[in-house]
Design a protein around this ligand. Structure first.
Ligand code: ADP
Length: 185
């Protein structure tokens, strides 16, 4: 039996703005790819950087936003970076969008992502979640892996844009300096 939704023929207005939310701690080539591909589908992509003080993040809110802005500075107007806190659906509504974009790397991402999409649909039925599958060559990349490699001095140049690789090197250099100073006390 067809569901009410599937059998209805009323089609709403198309959406021109999509939201790609995340922590981006830090931005990786996986994120860059999803943002770029979304911008080829939607007129405008808002990269929503979640402000979550309870999460233990390496980069501050301002630093995460600045790194994404730097990477996409050529696309101002098409790709914008906005901080948000609280409920994602409220943020999406506040900027008059109806589409959440998420990236899927593996089946392991699916459980969590499908659950979040269903919760968001319960909260705001008119908002849709779009999933883009990660490119094969990015499917192993996560912000966590990037931080682990960078912390140990490994090469992350094939996982993050140069601006992020530089910021990571600086961050861990500063941390080493702080560690050394407190060791010598
Ligand atoms: P969150 O804490 O919301 O998961 P992330 O910054 O880790 O924030 O991820 C934001 C989005 O980017 C998520 O949809 C995630 O699945 C997607 N993503 C992360 N890494 C990749 C990747 N390598 N390829 C494609 N999508 C990715």
């Amino acid at each position: 039996m067809a569901t009410k939704r599937a059998s209805q023929t009323k089609i709403g207005r198309p959406v021109d703005t999509a939201v790609f939310p995340g922590s981006f701690d830090p931005l990786t080539f996986g994120h860059v790819d999803i943002i770029t591909r979304s911008a080829e589908i939607f007129d405008k992509v808002i990269v929503g950087v979640l402000y979550n003080p309870s999460k233990n993040l390496l980069f501050t809110q301002e630093e995460r936003v600045a790194l994404i802005e730097k990477q996409f500075e050529k696309y101002k107007g098409r790709i914008e970076v906005v901080s948000f806190s609280g409920l994602l659906v409220e943020f999406v509504q506040s900027i008059k969008s109806r589409v959440i974009v998420r990236g899927l790397r593996a089946i392991s991402d699916f459980d969590y992502e499908a659950q979040m999409a269903l919760v968001n649909r319960k909260l705001a039925p008119h908002i849709e979640t779009f999933f883009l599958t990660a490119r094969e060559e990015h499917s192993y990349i996560s912000s966590t892996v990037v931080k682990q490699v960078a912390m140990l001095g490994g090469d992350v140049s094939n996982m993050v844009p140069p601006v992020v690789a530089k910021a990571l090197a600086k961050k861990y250099q500063e941390r080493k300096g702080v560690g050394r100073r407190s060791d010598s006390r």
